[in-house]
Design a protein around this ligand. Structure first.
Ligand code: ADP
Length: 624
C-alpha cells in the first residue's frame, strides 16, 4: 500500500470512535477558536519540536534510534497548492499503532471531563479552551480531513491515522513511512490562505520563532527552501535580545497557555553551578491546578537536550503554577530520571530558582493591587509552602496575604501586627468557606465590638498550615473559637461588652444542658457574643468545625462525632426571657437555638422537618 493522501479513497484499516471527551473538545475547538485559527500551526510545530526533544533524550541511552539520522532534527512545512494540502513533518520520536490511537483518539490530561463540563455549551469561552491547550485537535479548525503518517523511532512498521474530525478515525499500515510524523491537512475551502508562503512565514515568526529547531518551508515551484525561524533556544539568548512578545509566545509554548504571563524571570546563574532559567507565572489559574496528577510545566534541559518536564525536585509543589525552562550543563546526561531526581546539584538549582522567584515576588508585593492579582489566583497553592517548606517559612509568611474583618483588601501579617490592640497577644483568625459569611459569624461579634481584627481564612490548606506554623513574630495564631476568654484582657475604649454576666444565669445554663443532653458537649456563657443569642464552637482541643466539614465533603469521616459547645449570650433579650420559661418551652427553644447556631455555622440541620415544625409553632405562639 502506498501513502494515501487523496480525499476520495480513505486508507483501509480499522475504524475507531473518538473518546466522548475528544468529540466534545473537537466541536468546541472548531466552533469557538475560529477567529484565532492560525494557532493550529503553532500547536503542530510545538508537538513536532517536543517529538524531536523526546527522541534526542531517548537516543542518549539508545543511540541506535538515531541510525537513520538525516542531518539533524528539523521541522518541514510543505505546501501542495494543487491538492490544497499543508504538511508539517518532523523526524522526531514518532508514534506506533497503539500510540496513534491513544494520543490522537483520547485525551490523557487529568481533569478533562470536569473541565469540559465547566465550559458547558458556551462556545465562545475561548480563554477557557485556550487555557486547556487544544494541541493537535486544533488542526480541525482549518482542515476538513487530517492524516498523520508516522513511524516510531526504532520500529519498522509505519502507520497512517486519518480522520475528518467527526466521530471517528481510521488507522492503517503505511509503507515507506519515514521516522517521525507527517501531519497532512486537507485545508477547508476558506483556509486557502495557509498555502501562501507569506502567511506561513508570518505565523511562524509570530508564534514559533523561539523553537530551537529550524522550521523549514520546503521549496515551492522554483523557490529555494527557507528557514522561517531563528532556530536557537530562546532561553540561551541575552535578555536584551528577546522582546516581550517573544517571551510571551515562548510562555504559551511551554505552558500550553493563552494568557499573558503575570511574571517573567530570565536569568543565568554562574559560579559553582551554572544554569539558565526562564520562568513564567501565569495570570490565569490553570484549570488543573488542584489536580493531584497535574504535570509539571518546568522543563529541564541539560546542555540544550530536553530531559523531562516531570522531574520532582526541580520545582517545589507549592510553586507548581510556574512554567518554563531550566537548562544546566552541570547535570549528568546519561542517568535515569530517578537518579537525577536525587542529584544534589538539582537540589541546589531548585534552591537557587526558588530564591530568585521569592525575591521577585517580594518586589512585586510592594504594589498591592498588582500583587493581589497573583495572590487571588495562586495564594491557595502558595500557602502549601507554609506547611511544606520549613526552611523558607519566615520568608513565605511575609509574602502571604489575607482577608480580614477590616476592609475588603488583602493584608500582610506585618500589617496585622501593626494594627494589634493594646493587650492583644495573639493573631486571631476564623476558618470557613466564605469571607462574607465569616464576617457575620457570631464567633467574631465580640472581636468586632472591640475593634479587634480577625483574619478570615477560607482556603482548605489554612486548616493545615496554621497549626504547623504556630506563630508569626512570636505571636501565636489563635482561632476565635478558642479565644473568647481573651477578649476581656484587651483594651479598646469601647468596653461596653465587658460587664460581668448576670449572677442568675447559672440555673438556665444547667437547664439547657440537661435539656439538650448528648446533642452538645457543653453549654456555657459566652464572652464573645454581642448581637446573637447563641453560637456553636468546637470544644477545646477538638477539630475545628470547618475542618470537620471539609473532611466530610471529601468523603472522609472525621472519626468520632465532634463534640460541640453551645455558647449563650446572657445579655441577649431572648436568653433573658428564656430564664423564666417553663420546661416544655425551654426544651423546644433549646433545640431551635441549637439548630439556628448550626445553620449560622454552615452546618446542616439534622432533622429539618422537626426544625420547621418547631419554628412554626413558636412563631404561631408569638403571633397569638
Ligand atoms: P499535548 O501536546 O498537549 O500532549 P496534543 O493533543 O497536541 O496534546 O498531542 C497529544 C499527544 O500526541 C502528544 O502528547 C504526543 O504524545 C503525541 N503527538 C502529537 N504530535 C506528535 C508528533 N508530531 N510526533 C510524535 N507524537 C506526537
Amino acid at each position: 500500500m502506498t501513502k494515501n493522501t487523496s480525499t476520495e479513497s480513505p486508507p483501509q484499516g480499522e475504524t475507531r470512535e473518538f473518546q466522548a471527551e475528544v468529540a466534545k473538545l473537537l466541536d468546541l475547538v472548531v466552533h469557538s477558536l475560529y477567529s484565532n485559527r492560525e494557532i493550529f500551526l503553532r500547536e503542530l510545530i510545538s508537538n513536532a519540536s517536543d517529538a524531536c526533544d523526546k527522541l534526542r533524550y531517548a537516543a542518549l541511552t539508545d543511540p541506535k534510534l538515531l541510525e537513520e539520522a538525516d542531518g539533524g532534527f528539523a521541522i518541514h512545512l510543505a505546501v501542495d497548492k494543487e491538492n490544497k494540502t499543508l504538511t508539517v513533518t518532523d523526524n522526531g520520536i514518532g508514534m506506533n499503532h497503539d500510540e496513534l490511537i491513544a494520543n490522537l483518539g483520547t485525551i490523557a490530561k487529568s481533569g478533562t471531563a470536569e473541565f469540559l463540563k465547566s465550559v458547558g455549551d458556551k462556545k465562545k469561552d475561548v480563554s477557557l479552551i485556550g487555557q486547556f491547550g487544544v494541541g493537535f485537535y486544533s488542526a480541525f479548525m482549518v482542515a476538513d480531513k487530517v492524516e498523520v503518517t508516522s513511524r516510531k523511532a526504532g520500529e519498522a512498521q509505519g502507520w497512517i491515522w486519518s480522520s475528518t474530525g467527526q466521530g471517528a478515525f481510521t488507522v492503517a499500515p503505511a509503507e515507506n513511512a519515514k521516522r517521525g510524523a507527517a501531519i497532512t491537512l486537507h485545508l477547508k475551502k476558506d483556509a486557502a490562505e495557509f498555502l501562501e508562503p507569506a502567511r506561513l512565514r508570518n505565523i511562524v515568526k509570530t508564534y514559533s520563532d523561539h523553537i530551537a529547531l529550524p522550521v523549514i518551508l520546503d521549496p515551492i515551484a522554483d523557490a529555494k527552501e527557507e528557514t522561517l525561524n531563528s532556530a536557537s533556544a530562546l532561553w540561551m539568548r541575552a535578555k536584551s535580545e528577546v522582546t516581550a512578545e517573544q517571551y510571551k509566545e515562548f510562555y504559551h509554548h511551554v505552558a500550553h497557555a493563552f494568557d499573558e504571563p503575570w511574571h517573567t524571570l530570565h536569568f543565568r546563574a554562574e559560579g559553582a553551578i551554572e544554569y539558565t532559567a526562564l520562568l513564567f507565572v501565569p495570570t490565569q489559574k490553570p484549570f488543573d491546578l488542584f489536580h493531584p496528577e497535574r504535570k509539571g510545566h518546568v522543563k529541564l534541559y541539560v546542555n540544550r537536550v530536553f530531559i523531562s518536564d516531570q522531574l520532582e525536585g526541580l520545582m517545589p509543589r507549592y510553586l507548581r503554577f510556574v512554567a518554563g525552562v531550566v537548562d544546566s550543563s552541570d547535570l549528568p546526561l546519561n542517568v535515569s530520571r530517578e537518579i537525577l531526581q536525587s542529584n544534589p546539584t538539582l537540589k541546589k538549582i531548585q534552591s537557587g530558582i526558588v530564591k530568585r522567584l521569592l525575591k521577585d515576588f517580594k518586589e512585586r508585593a510592594e504594589k498591592a493591587e498588582d500583587y493581589a492579582t497573583f495572590w487571588n489566583t495562586f495564594g491557595a497553592v502558595f500557602k502549601e509552602g507554609l506547611y511544606e517548606d520549613n526552611e523558607r517559612r519566615e520568608e513565605l509568611l511575609e509574602l502571604a496575604r489575607f482577608k480580614s474583618t477590616q476592609g475588603d483588601g488583602l493584608l500582610s501579617l506585618k500589617d496585622y501586627v501593626a494594627r494589634m490592640k493594646e493587650g492583644q497577644e495573639a493573631i486571631y483568625y476564623i476558618t470557613g468557606d466564605n469571607p462574607a459569611a465569616l464576617r457575620n459569624s457570631p464567633q467574631v461579634e465580640g472581636f468586632l465590638a472591640k475593634g479587634i481584627e480577625v483574619l478570615l481564612l477560607t482556603d482548605a490548606i489554612d486548616e493545615f498550615w496554621v497549626p504547623t506554623v504556630g506563630t508569626y513574630d512570636k505571636k501565636p495564631f489563635k482561632s476565635v473559637a478558642e479565644a473568647g476568654a481573651d477578649l476581656s484582657k484587651i483594651k479598646s475604649g469601647e468596653d461596653k461588652a465587658d460587664e460581668a454576666p448576670p449572677e442568675d444565669i447559672k440555673p438556665l445554663v444547667d437547664r439547657l444542658k440537661a435539656s439538650l443532653g448528648d446533642a452538645v458537649a457543653d453549654v456555657r456563657v459566652s464572652d464573645r457574643l454581642t448581637g446573637s443569642p447563641v453560637c456553636l464552637v468546637a470544644a477545646e482541643g477538638g477539630m475545628s468545625l470547618h475542618l470537620a466539614r471539609l473532611l466530610k465533603q471529601h468523603g472522609e469521616s472525621p472519626g468520632m462525632a465532634i463534640p460541640k459547645v453551645l455558647e449563650i449570650n446572657p445579655k441577649h433579650a431572648l436568653i433573658k426571657r428564656l430564664n423564666g420559661a417553663d420546661d416544655a418551652t425551654l426544651a423546644d427553644a433549646a433545640l431551635l437555638l441549637l439548630d439556628q447556631a448550626r445553620i449560622v455555622e454552615g452546618e446542616t440541620v439534622p432533622d429539618a422537618a422537626a426544625f420547621a415544625k418547631r419554628l412554626s409553632a413558636f412563631v404561631e405562639r408569638g403571633l397569638a
